[in-house]
Structure formats: structure tokens, C-alpha cells
Ligand binder design. Structure first.
Ligand code: GNR
Ligand code: NI
Length: 170
């Protein structure tokens, strides 16, 4: 397994729409394993393929708490097929927008259809942090970031900071 580099805004990969995975083969599974290693090392509770520059509809999540058994989940071609009217607010962060956190309101419960790492069709009904994380990660596959849900003033402020930072290091 190998740890991958996580892309930071304003990297253009983070604003593109990913293509479906056509074959769940060894190469796809290797990428999922590398994404899990990268997510645990960060550390984070989720990671989407475009965050490591791979423009395919794949993501990994583990919302288990520290000290509890790990619960790695792989989602391939995930599709949000139902969302509750009831909303829930979580303070979100993103490994592609380091050290920035804001409250975001999203549907509290969602149903998602996807393929697992064996290519089998699965469906999950999620709530709580898992529901929020799934929506955050699926958004990444469509080039959407959590800062798109905060005020324009806050978003432009954080974008400006990271654009400046990218010019200083790159
Ligand atoms: O590690 C992460 N924490 C988090 C907290 C609240 C809502 C969403 C997330 S996902 C984030 C990792 C990440 O950037 N995934 O794309
Ligand atoms: Ni993110």
C-alpha cells in the first residue's frame, strides 16, 4: 500500500466531475486501499478519489471513533437515491481545505446505492455523521466542496487565502 498526496484548493481536479468506474478490478481495489491508508494517515473520516487526482467515482469512509475497531467502507459509483426532509448541522472540514471548519446543514438521513469493493450492488441508509460524510464525499465526485454551502463572503475569504498560499509554494 502507498500513501498518496492530497490535493489542496485551488487545484482544478477538485472542481471537475468524475467518471463512473466501469470495472471493479484489482487496480480499482488497489486505489481504494491506498485511499484508506491516505485517509487514516491524514487523519480524516472520508476521502474521495479526486482529492488524490483520480477522476473516478470512488470514495472511502471510516467514521468509527478513536480506540474503537476500524470500520473501513468503500463506495464505488455511489448514487444518492433519497434524502430526508429533516436536516442536521455538523461542523465540517475537508482535507483539501486544511484547518478550515464551518457549520453545514444537510439532510439528516440519506439512502445511497453503490458498488462495494467486490463490485456487488449495495444500498445503505445512513444517518448522523455517516450521512453527512457520505454527502460531503459524493459532492467531491461532482466537483462540489463544503464551502459552496457557506456564505459567499466566507467562501471568497477562504479561497483567496488558499490561492495566495498556492502561489507562494508552487
Ligand atoms: O475528515 C473529514 N472530516 C469531516 C468532518 C465533517 C464532515 C465531513 C468530513 S470529511 C473530511 C475528510 C474529507 O475532506 N473528505 O473529503
Ligand atoms: Ni472533503
Amino acid at each position: 500500500m502507498s500513501k498518496l498526496d492530497i490535493l489542496i484548493i485551488p487545484d482544478r481536479h477538485l472542481r471537475q466531475v468524475c467518471e463512473p468506474v466501469t470495472k471493479v478490478d484489482g487496480e480499482a481495489r488497489r486505489l481504494l486501499d491506498d485511499m484508506l491508508e491516505t485517509m487514516y494517515a491524514a487523519p480524516g473520516i472520508g476521502l474521495a478519489a479526486p482529492q488524490v487526482g483520480v477522476m473516478r467515482r470512488m470514495l472511502v469512509i471510516d467514521v468509527s471513533r478513536e480506540g474503537e475497531p476500524k470500520q473501513p467502507h468503500c463506495f464505488i459509483n455511489p448514487k444518492l437515491v433519497w434524502a430526508s426532509e429533516q436536516l442536521a448541522t455538523y461542523q465540517e472540514g475537508c482535507l483539501s481545505i486544511p484547518d478550515y471548519y464551518e457549520d453545514v446543514e444537510r439532510p439528516a438521513r440519506v439512502r445511497v446505492e453503490y458498488l462495494d469493493r467486490d463490485g456487488a450492488e449495495q444500498e445503505i441508509v445512513a444517518e448522523g455523521l455517516l450521512a453527512t460524510c457520505l454527502q460531503h464525499e459524493i459532492d467531491h465526485l461532482d466537483g462540489v466542496l463544503f464551502i459552496d454551502y457557506i456564505s459567499r463572503l466566507k467562501r471568497e475569504r477562504v479561497m483567496k487565502k488558499f490561492i495566495k498560499r498556492s502561489k507562494n509554494v508552487a
